[in-house]
Design a protein around this ligand. Structure first.
Ligand SMILES: [Zn+2]
Length: 233
């Protein structure tokens, strides 16, 4: 089995080598850590879902970031949450509106996927990003407002249109989270956060769910964007 071989290989290589360049030593050597993106660029899916708020990403979905995202998500290499979370800082910051508090809302995985993985990788990254943003003076809080119903089929292999149909109405806002926000009486906006933006349909569905309960969504912030995006200068 290829996956078995991959697991064996990863177990060997993760035992004291950089996940990016393979240099012996740390999980991410200082040079590769220093080479991670610290800026954000606007990305526009092609075709772009109607009404999608501005989306920002730090990197193209390619190695080493792709490899880090997968190792963190699928192989539970939790130490990568820190560098990945820091790459999310610039895309989220790009979407902040001045004044008021911003809720960083992670795109939820399906409950069955979270159970299978045993963790929520996007939430983990967003928490890291929030700490860094607050240290820089931004008024942000992580808010797990969304949950995804379990009936959504796997998105892989679907066209953009099929994804949109598959996702329509699938994300719901947690009532408890919404009540807590309402109690503060403060104006808030939301930035939807995810690891990878592909067609934008997942982000759009998250945006729809939040807007449907009256929460303004300022932007989408992602670690990486797949190559089909059209970068805007
Ligand atoms: Zn390295």
């Amino acid at each position: 089995m290829l996956t078995g071989w991959l697991d064996d290989w990863l177990d060997l290589t993760l035992g004291g080598a950089c996940v990016s360049c393979g240099a012996p030593g740390r999980l991410l050597c200082p040079a590769c850590r220093g080479a991670l993106p610290v800026d954000a660029r606007r990305v526009v899916p092609e075709p772009c879902p109607a009404g999608l708020v501005p989306a920002f990403a730090a990197a193209e979905y390619a190695d080493p970031v792709r490899r880090m995202i997968l190792l963190h998500k699928e192989r539970r290499v939790f130490a990568l949450a820190q560098p990945l979370g820091l790459t999310l800082v610039a895309p989220v910051r790009a979407g902040l509106v001045s004044g008021g508090r911003t809720l960083l809302v992670p795109v939820p995985s399906r409950p069955a996927v979270v159970r299978a993985r045993g963790h929520d990788p996007v939430l983990r990254m967003v928490r890291v990003a929030a700490v860094a943003l607050r240290a820089g003076g931004a008024d942000v809080v992580v808010c797990r407002l969304l949950r995804q119903r379990d009936v959504v089929a796997d998105q892989a292999g679907l066209t953009a249109q099929e994804r949109a149909v598959n996702l329509a109405g699938r994300m719901v806002v947690r009532a408890g989270g919404l009540r807590r926000i309402a109690r503060t009486g403060r104006p808030v906006t939301a930035v939807v956060c995810d690891d990878v933006i592909t067609t934008g349909s997942t982000a759009r569905e998250a945006q729809r769910a939040l807007e449907d309960v009256g929460l303004p969504v300022a932007a989408i912030g992602c670690v990486a964007a797949t190559r089909k995006r059209v970068p805007l200068a």
